[in-house]
Design a binder for this molecule. Structure first.
Ligand SMILES: *Cc1c(COP(=O)(O)O)cnc(C)c1O
Length: 424
């Protein structure tokens, strides 16, 4: 049975498309687990495969299941738990904010909302010309970006939107239209029109772009597809061509952003500035939030009444975001992601296993290419050995541990991953 565990799973198996569900072969035998398995199977929508583990609590980079078994978490809720679990800074900020003011509607401003908007324009590099729209998820951030793209009309001639094959942008109708995975889109067509998917090569981009393009969407490291890097120079060329043709360059940093790759945002590695960036997963450490940040002229496109969200930007979620971003700065976690990412890669390379092929990604977003289609068996074996990793497809392992990982967690990874490899 499939225990696929990604947003971007395009397997044809019945049990697809779970979000963060980590499967295992470990037989569960106690009454409490047998009971929740049945309950899950009966009441949860069939979009989710029934997980094999039910988690009860977490602390730092560790979680415990309902039977008390401990796991080292090297997936971090798919790049969401930037500060790990139950971090005191986040617990304190959220507790204080919910006891003060949780939600007010967008007829009112609140201090945490403005503070987070200012932080985001600063860390993205959008600066004084930047603007922020808040939603509640990655998909919503991309929906906002899609609407932004439609507003870049030219004289009505900009009708094309370009996106990349195999890129994942979300599950709502608009973000699904951008997603470059036909099997995921097919059951839900017709989707919003005008989106064309191209190969992630400079040649394909040069051939596709013209003055009719309103926007180019790029996922800078394709996380759901198995942590696939773009070709060298792709982002720089994309910046040149979009600028030349008046198209928006929109970078989806939902998985790669907020320090994950060892820079605040993955586009910094290429030395470019986009026109818009979408952010979500890692911003608020597990409290739902998404954001679209615009730069320069892109900040002038939306006008009053053209977009909105009831929950978007509420003081509870934005207070969580402020706490997480401040802690990332105070504790030097962007630098930690770069350094620990190097150490993690060195550990993986040190295993003399014929199964391990290339290493992909950057910082603490690590893709392990397997030489054989054993990814699900390996992630199941890891789970049985007390280690949470993820198999986005049969030939890739994805790691996205909390940005706080240190020596202790890395040596725990070495030991448990080694045992999992040896057990195959
Ligand atoms: C997770 C993800 C999304 C969708 O985010 P949701 O919060 O699940 O809607 C979009 N783009 C990328 C690159 C992602 O990793």
């Amino acid at each position: 049975m499939s225990t696929d565990s990604t947003d971007g799973n395009t397997s044809t198996d019945d049990n697809v498309s779970t979000d963060g569900n980590v499967g295992t072969d470990g037989n569960v035998s106690t009454d409490i687990t047998a009971d929740w398995n049945a309950r899950f199977g009966h009441t949860m929508m069939r979009t989710l495969a029934t997980p094999k583990v039910m988690l009860a609590r977490g602390e730092g980079c560790r979680v415990w299941d309902v039977d008390g078994k401990e796991y080292l978490d090297f997936l971090g809720g798919i790049a969401v738990n930037s500060l790990g679990h139950a971090h005191p800074v986040l617990v304190d900020a959220v507790s204080r904010q919910i006891a003060t003011l949780a939600h007010v509607s967008n007829y009112f401003a609140t201090p945490p909302q403005l503070e987070l908007a200012e932080r985001l324009t600063r860390v993205t590099g959008a600066g004084a010309g930047g603007r922020v729209y808040f939603g509640n998820s990655g998909a919503e951030a991309n929906e906002a970006a899609f609407k932004l793209a439609r507003l870049n009309k030219g004289n009505g001639h900009r009708t094309r939107v370009l996106a990349l094959n195999n890129a994942f942008h979300g599950r709502t109708m608009g973000s699904l239209a951008l997603t470059g995975k036909p099997p995921m889109r097919a059951p839900f067509e017709p989707l919003p029109g005008g989106v064309e998917h191209i190969e992630s090569t400079i040649a394909a981009l040069e051939a596709a772009i013209d003055d009719h393009v309103a926007a180019l969407f790029i996922e800078p490291i394709k996380g759901e597809a198995g942590v696939l890097d773009l070709p060298e120079g792709f982002l720089r060329r994309a910046r040149e061509l979009t600028e030349q043709h008046g198209a928006l360059l929109i970078i989806d940093e939902i998985q790669t952003g907020v320090g994950r790759t060892g820079r605040w945002f993955a586009y910094e590695h290429a030395g470019i500035t986009p026109d818009a960036v979408t952010i979500a997963k890692g911003i608020a450490g597990g409290v739902p939030i998404g954001a679209l940040v615009t730069f320069g002229w892109a900040s002038e496109l939306f006008s009053r009444g053209q977009h909105g969200s009831t929950f978007g930007g509420n003081p509870l979620a934005t207070a969580a975001g402020n706490a997480v971003l401040k802690e990332i700065e105070d504790a030097g976690l962007v630098e930690n992601a770069a350094r620990r990412g190097d150490e993690l890669r060195a550990i993986i390379r040190s295993f003399d296993s014929p199964l391990i092929g290339e290493l992909r990604g950057q910082g603490l977003l690590v893709g392990i290419g397997l030489t054989d289609g054993e990814a699900h068996r390996l992630s199941d074996a890891a789970l049985a050995n007390g280690l949470i990793i993820n198999a986005p497809n049969e030939s890739s392992i994805r790691l996205a541990p909390p940005l706080i990982v240190g020596d202790d967690e890395l040596s725990g990874f070495r030991e448990r991953f080694g045992r999992a490899l040896a057990s195959l």
